[in-house]
Design a protein around this ligand. Structure first.
Ligand code: 5AD
Ligand code: SF4
Length: 447
């Protein structure tokens, strides 16, 4: 069967979709980008904000016409929204064939084949631990230089605004041996950069404990160390770690291992203590800045990115200014700003969503403006220096140039040289800065 997969939301969803595509291909099905040629359309959905759900529901609603043209077409919703809404989605969308939640994603190929046979309408939102192991085996990532490996699933933290613990279940960690095997397999197929994924990667191997690990102990650090030993692997990235899990051991591993990228995504959410408290985040703004300082002390070149929510219930102008000031002090290289969106069933949704939309918009705008100004200054400051990038292939906008990324996450465009291969490490001299990218020329090369 020809299967079309559309993915919404985070990198974990992208990774799941890639793994499912691999499983379907192994069964003899074909993945297609064409909506009209598809025999099955799968929508891998996100629930983290209301807008993400609405977008997916809108698109799926629109697919009714495809089914009128092609009655045997199977349409399914999988992922977080499927988990959250289950049966109700079948009622809302009469042309939908099945709903498959996050807990049993690995059963998708079986489910598709059985529905093709008996045309039963199915809603499956149960849990199974196999979702961790059942999706590792046979898949090939979309990009030939980089791949993503899920090391944990679910989340135990229950930040008061967040739907993730409800739709992705309790936190579980995959066996290190499994992860290492998957990484070695990928590297043997030419992968040079691995991105480790999890809702809280730094809690890896702690058995779901909410307390940060004791000094000197970090199973996540141990895993990073073992991954870094793989020959042929150039770079390791990870996202996202909860801030308080950076202890001396983890910082030491990162500082000692140049393969681990100098770029950390450290979700802040708010820079105001009363707001952090209501969000059920287990740190103060001062503690957050201490963690950044501890990382910078060992690695002054470290780049930081973050997530921030504006307009959380009760966020005052003063709270917002604290967030804005903290962001400027840290000098984030990148930031994802989200306008608060109440998610039914979460603790903060029980209260009133009392920051007006216009205020959310304005706070969002101010933070994005700060970020753009900072980015321009940072890129400009890099001009004239040398840096190493991992080559990702021809630039989409200017195919005569190649694109690469620095260990700190910056994009650099450069003229390629004969024999250059995707995944090579290339030394570049930076010549000028654009709005979001840099431009350079080749100064050296390692394949
Ligand atoms: N409203 C707005 N943003 C949210 N996030 C999570 N839940 C919500 C919500 N209800 C943001 C957080 C998180 C990122 C993935 O999405 O900043 O880090
Ligand atoms: Fe959501 Fe908080 Fe878990 Fe992140 S740590 S997934 S924000 S509950």
């Amino acid at each position: 069967m020809k299967v079309y997969i559309k993915t919404y939301g985070c990198q974990m969803n992208e990774r799941d979709s890639e793994a499912l595509a691999g499983m379907l291909t192994a069964r003899g099905h074909e993945i297609t980008d064409s909506e009209t040629e598809a025999d099955a359309m799968i929508f891998n959905t996100c629930s983290v904000r209301d807008q993400a759900e609405r977008k997916a529901v809108g698109k799926i609603g629109f697919m009714k016409k495809n089914k009128q043209v092609k009655p045997h077409l199977i349409i399914g919703v999988i992922g977080c929204m499927a988990q959250r809404r289950g049966e109700e989605l079948l009622e809302t969308l009469p042309h939908l064939d099945f709903v498959l939640g996050t807990g049993k994603l690995q059963t998708l190929p079986d489910l598709l084949e059985s529905i093709a046979g008996d045309r039963r309408r199915v809603s499956e939102t149960g849990e199974s631990a196999e979702v961790l192991t059942g999706m590792g085996a046979h898949w090939m990532p979309e990009q030939s230089w980089g791949a993503q490996i899920a090391i944990t699933r679910g989340c135990n933290r229950f930040c008061s605004y967040c739907i993730v613990p409800y739709v992705r279940g309790r936190e579980i960690s995959r066996d290190a041996a499994d992860i290492l095997e998957e990484a070695r397999m990928l590297v043997s197929r030419g992968i040079r950069e691995i991105l480790l994924l999890g809702q809280n990667v730094a809690a890896y191997g702690l058995g779901g404990d909410l307390n940060p690990p004791r000094p000197g102990y970090s199973p996540f650090g141990d895993l990073l160390e073992q991954l870094a030993e793989i020959d042929g692997l150039h770079r390791i990235r990870f996202t996202s770690p909860y801030p308080t899990y950076f202890n001396d051991r983890l910082i030491d591993v990162i500082a000692s291992e140049p393969k681990i990228c100098r770029c950390i995504h450290l979700p802040l959410q708010s820079g105001s203590d009363p707001v952090l408290k209501r969000m059920n985040r287990q740190y103060t703004a001062a503690r957050y800045e201490e963690i950044v300082a501890a990382l910078r002390e060992r690695m002054p070149e470290m780049a930081f990115s973050t997530d921030v929510i504006v307009g959380f219930p009760g966020e005052t102008d003063e709270d917002f200014v604290r967030t804005r000031d903290l962001m400027n002090r840290v000098g984030f290289d990148n930031a994802f700003i989200f306008k608060y969106s109440p998610r039914p069933g979460t603790r903060s949704a029980a209260g009133e969503d009392n920051v007006p939309q216009a205020v959310k918009e304005e706070r969002n705008r101010l933070l994005l403006e700060d970020l753009a100004a900072r980015t321009a200054a940072k890129l400009q400051a890099m001009v004239g220096t040398e840096t190493e990038v991992l080559a990702e292939g021809p630039s989409r906008r200017m195919p005569e140039r190649w694109t690469g990324r620095t260990g700190t996450g910056r994009t650099v465009n450069f003229p390629p040289f004969p024999g250059i291969a995707v995944g090579d490490l290339v030394k570049l001299k930076l010549l000028r800065a654009g709005n979001i990218a840099l431009y350079g020329e080749v100064a050296g090369h390692q394949s």
